[in-house]
Structure formats: structure tokens, C-alpha cells
Write a protein that binds this ligand. Sequence first.
Ligand code: NBG
Length: 825
Amino acid sequence: MDNTTPLPVGLTKDEIKRRVTEMVRTVFRKTIETASSQQIYNALAYTIKDYLSDRWIATHDQYESQDVKVVYYLSMEFLMGRFLGNAVLNLSLDETIREAMEELGVDYNLAEDAEADPGLGSGGLGRLAACFLDSLSTLGYPAYGCGIRYHYGIFEQHIENGYQIEKPDNWLKFGDPWSVRRDEYAMEVRFGGKVNSVKDEQGVYHFVLEDYHSVLAIPYDYPVVGYNTNVVNTLRLWDAEAIDRFDLQSFNEGNYERAVEEQNLARRLSEVLYPADNTVAGKELRLRQQYFFISATIQRVLMRFTEKHKEDFSVLPDYVQFQLNDTHPSLAVAELMRILMDTYYVSWDQAWEITRKTCAYTNHTIMSEALEKWPIELFSRLLPRIYMIVEEINRRFCANLIDWFGNDPNKIRNMAIVADGQVRMAYLAIVGSHSVNGVAAIHSNILKTQELRDFYDIYPEKFNNKTNGITQRRWLAKCNPGLSRLITQNIGDGWISNLDELTKLKPLAGDAGFQTDFMRVKRENKVLLSNYIKQTSDLSVDPDSIFDIQVKRLHEYKRQLLNIFHIIDLYNTIKMNPYMEIVPRTFIFAAKASASYHRAKLIIKLINSVADLVNNDKTVNGRIRVLFMENYRVTLAEQLCPAADVSEQISTAGKEASGTGNMKFMLNGAVTVGTLDGANVEMLEEAGEDNIFIFGMTAAEVLALTQSGTYSPWNLYNMDYNIRFVLTSLINGTLAPGEHDLFREIYDAMLNGYGGARPDEYYVLQDFQSYKNAQFKINNAYKDTARWAEMAINNVATSGKFSSDRTIRQYAEEIWRIKPIQVKL
Ligand code: NBG
């Protein structure tokens, strides 16, 4: 049996009924009739995990017996979304479970809904890691995801009076049924202290850390089930605990407080995720978190390696690959060096060669706010031995730079890993890796020609591109059953494991019957979303209006402002032409703003103020509706994607590394309005220009305009009546009755620059007219239902490239050089 043959039937309907009933009884002392949805969910989760275990164990036996090369995907974030539905889908158990629950008289949807959505990530970067895990297992690649088991994920967002309020997200409140705690693999991680050198019997000096304090890292393993395969990989999340003997000692000495203090200090490590996205929180605790999970992971990996290969580290790169998801895990470079040298006495040169072959780095942004740099003082105090190693890597690297470029102090200062009193994590990652990749073609090119040009000059062979992707299992098969069914009826279900098969839909794009079916499914999905909106926010939206959706983190470069300015303009136009005919449109926003990102939070308030104005204006009469849905998260995205007609991907060209939401909407048959940025560029290539609305400046034009220093938003303001009208409404009380100056900051930022920034830094006003034209075209295109359906279907049909299966295969073949395994039961 290979890994594509169907799974053995193991879990029948009756077996599920029996196990769930039993579990509810023994764990919760309830009957099926009296158990809550929460309890039923837990029982189901345990049942499925139990059922998975044989595959999970068999997968690991296979790693062991074949002694395969394994990739460790190191990431501070894994935005997994709910487990149950995904596991059930990948195991092809969906129907069986539904029937079992029905026969038990249980509402399966309610049980599914009882699962917390673990928000252990803040945006695209964390969600990408989750999609990658799904593809790794589905394709049968031996892999671990390694990260942190935060007790609190990204905050829960509430909107009160139009403002974002953050509430803690206690996702573990009702237990954690999917995890297996592995005390046997606990690792000690050391912080602080001082470095001493000691001579061994051969008279060689080695470095040892003394007077440190340590924390215990305990792994919790979560199963990652592949689709239609027996492979179950592992997501290993480390939790922090105090080391017992510390407590005991202090406790015995009568120092109870100190004992508890250690415990608290340790626990704080894995307590909360920093909800950064394209920004950094330069907090000490964040650096601690980074070292904590990196040190634990690498220690464990080397332990496993030496069990098999003794201390023959020259072959380590043949068995182990570390992929660094952005710079957050860059300490891996220095930690691997440390363990090789200090624990196993490998020489510097050999350790360096091994390290470089074992690590690879992915860059996810060119936003300078996101460049991680740690002050030397903090870094060396917290990680003294690691700092020594980084210094030495830097010293040798700078010496090489002189060979490459001659003694050019500016060049060296620009490229040094340690400079200006800081450790630059991106440079550490680049120098210590054999591969540096961007996440979309345009982004990788910008890295080579602009951001990392100096590094490209010396290491051209390291640079490559891996365009992001998304898993079609979660983002179509699971979240959009209506469209999935329609597609499968027409072209079979091969697309679930090979998304390129969607091209078979192309001939159907012009087929009137298929168009009708397609639009019926879309409408059903819009009705479902409308019902959900009605339930949660008591707002009625019209399922026959265009659903125009922009959901993503709130960031100025993503230009939610451009969208809302266009809405204000549309509103102004309707007020002046009350009988104007437009296709009714529902504008939907959802976005979390970093708690400390003041401007982003003000933009949320602005969107809500515009919503209040527009939705309550009789003249508008429902032609446009504006909605800000609170608490954007994976689960909400799963409801929004299937219902979208228009997908807003409107970042300033050159700023969005890739985007992945853009792909999810395309896959679900939305038409994109977007700039030539990130993966939009490749979406245009795939879909063709007739099926996407591209507007705005190109990245090259943005760069040229910035460099010219001639951009003047005042000129646009003076010459364009509509822009003037939009901006004026920010300060004349239209949007904030009684609080005229509430949005003045935005007005100032647009025209004068605010807090040292350039005026209209992200060229909202420069791209305004072009965006407006694109929106006008969309309005007209939607009137022709057949043409619209054809466009939407063509988007689905050409989205095959954006499967994370394709991305992962490229990583596996071109960077990791790992091979799939087959697991027999
Ligand atoms: C984000 C980019 C997105 C990209 C994801 C995944 C960071 C630092 N970067 O454009 O902004 O899609 O990474 O690659 O969060």
C-alpha cells in the first residue's frame, strides 16, 4: 500500500457513537443528552486523536527505520485555526461523523463551534506556517513544526463605540485535547550568567556558562494529519516551566517567595504572543522567547541525531534542515554553533560549515519597522555565550568583506551583523544560511536588487524565490462545501491533492449552465454570511449586492484608507446625485491593529464612523453598506472567503511581500482589485488581465517618485475636487459630530506628514483616481452577470499555482533536499 491508497476503514459510525458516549461518561460524568457542546467537542477530539495515534506512531517509526532527512520549520507563529474540522476532512471522516452525531441527536455544527480558534500567530506569516504543515503531511515529507505554546494567543478584538478593545484570548480554558505532553523530552534552557573558559586534559580551552538561571522547556506535540495519506507529522510547541530543583532548594531554605518567583518568571516566557505583524516589539521577553524555543528545539534535534550517528556531525546536513520563518528564529545559527563547539568540541571551521549547510532563511518583508535588531547590552546580558559567538561570526564576516570589497568602512558598517550598538538578526540569518528566499517573485527581486543587494553581490547562489501558497484543503474543501461539491461534480475531486486540476474548469467558464450553478453557490454563501452578520451585529445586508471584502491586519501600507476614502467619495457622489444608479455594494472590513499602533486604531474608528454615517443615511437607501466585523481570525476568514465577490488587495506597490489572503479569495471565486504588488503580480499572470482589476503605480514608479522627492499631495488636493471633499470630511465634523478633530491626524498625515513621516507616505492620494476607475469598472462588469461569472470561474480555474503543495514541493526539492516517505499500517 502506498501513501495514496485509501485509508483502511477503522472508525465506523457505530464506533464513533460508542467512543463519544463512553468518553462523555468517563471524562465528564454526563450522558449524551446532558453533555454540553463543549463536552461533546472534547470527546470527539479525543476520539479522533486516539484514532490518529497509530498513523502518528507509524510515521515516526518510518522516520526512524528509514533514517530520513527531516525538515524543522522554526517559527514563532503557527496560526492553525481549529483542528477538528480539518483533521476530519483530511481523514475523510466528515460524513461518518455527521451521521454518527445525528443518530446521537447531537448538533455537530454546535460541537465544532465549541472549539477555540488557537490564535498562535498574528497574520500571514503564522498562517503560512500552518498551511505549510498541512502540505508537508499531505505530500508525505518528514517534518516538524517547532514553536511556542503560548497560553494566550493574539488578543480577542471587540469593537466598542467604534474603537478596538483588546481582550485576552484564553484558548486553553477548556483544555487542549489535541496535544500530547512529552515530559520525556523536556530540555533545560539557560539564560544570563557569565562565560568562563576551562582547559581540558588536552590543554584545549572550552567555554562554559556559569551562574546562569534556567528554565525547563516541555514539548507539547500536536498531530498534523495529511489528506488521504497515513502520514501524520508533528507540530511541537514548547511550554516553559520552572525547574523543580530550584523551587525545592529555595523552598527548603524557607525562601518561598523566591521559589514562586522562579515559577512565575518561567511561566511568563510562554504566556503571551506578541501580536506583531510587519513591526517588532523590541522587548526583552520577546528575545527570551526566541532563544527559549530555539535552544530547546536544537538541543533535542542534536540529541536525536547523536543517538543514530554518534558525533559524526559532518553528516548533520544530510539528516537535518532548519527553515527559519523570518528572522525571529535567527538565533538558531548561533545556538547550533554553540552546541557543536561547547558540547561536542567541534572546531569553529567545521561547526560553521555544518551550520551554514543546515540553516535556511525566509524573508517575509521589506518594511523597515519589521527589521529585528537587538541592543548589544540586552543581547549580551541575556545570552552571553551566544553573543560571543555572534561577535566572532561578525568578525570573520567583516574580514571577508574586506577581501571582497577592499577596506570600505561604509560598506562594512552597512553590512556588519553587529553595528550601531545592535545585533542585526536578518544579517545573522543570511550569513549563517545556505539559502535566502523571498515569498513572491517581485519580492525576491526587490531583495536582490534593493534591500539585500550587497548580500546578493557576495552570495548570489543563496538567493531564490518561493512564491507563497495556501492549502486548498482548508481554504476550499473545508470552508466552501458548496463550491467544492460543484467543482467535484464537474471535474472530479483530484483538485484536493493536485490543485492544477482546476484548469479543467476553464472550458466551463463560458458555459451558461455552469455559470448559473456557480453563481447560485456564490449566492448561497452570501446568504450564509448575511445570516451570520444579522446574528452577530444585527445588521441586514443584501445578498444580491456586491460583497466587497478587505480583511487582513490593519497596516498603513495595506491601505485600508484608500478603500474607505473611496467609500466616502462614493457617499459624497450619491449625496450629490441622489438618484444615481449603482450596483448595491456591501463593503466588509475586518482587521486587528497592534495594540500600540495608534494610527491603525484610528483608522478602525474611521471605518466605523463612515459605516455609521453611510448605513444610517436615508438618501443612500442601502445602495452602499459598510461593515467592520470584529475579531478577524482564521474561523472568520473561513466564512468570508466563500462569500466574496470582490477581493481588495490594494497595498502600495513594493510593500506587500506576497499576501496569501489574495490567493484564498481567488480560489473561492472572487475577482481581485489590486496593485501590482506581492503575489498579485503572479495572479495576473495566471488569470490574465481580463479577469483581474489592476490599478495604481508600479513598484518601480513608487520608487522613482519617492526618490525624486517631488511628490506633493497638496497638488492633488488642490486639483481634484473629490479628494478635497473626502479629506475635508475628516475635519469638518461630518464623520465625527462634536469631535471635529478626531481624524485630523489622518488629514495631516495625508497632506503635511505627521510625526516626521513623509506626507502621504503610502501614496493613497496618488493612486486614488486610478483606484476609483477600477472600482467603476467593477460596478459595470457586475451588471453583466454572465461576464462576471466567467471572470470569477476563470479565477478559480487559474488558481492552481497558489497551492502550498506547489510551494512546499519547491522548498523540499530546491532548498531542503528531502524526500517523501510512505507509511504503511
Ligand atoms: C508577511 C507579509 C505578507 C506575506 C506573509 C507570509 C510578515 C513579516 N510578513 O505579505 O507581510 O504573505 O508574511 O509570507 O508578517
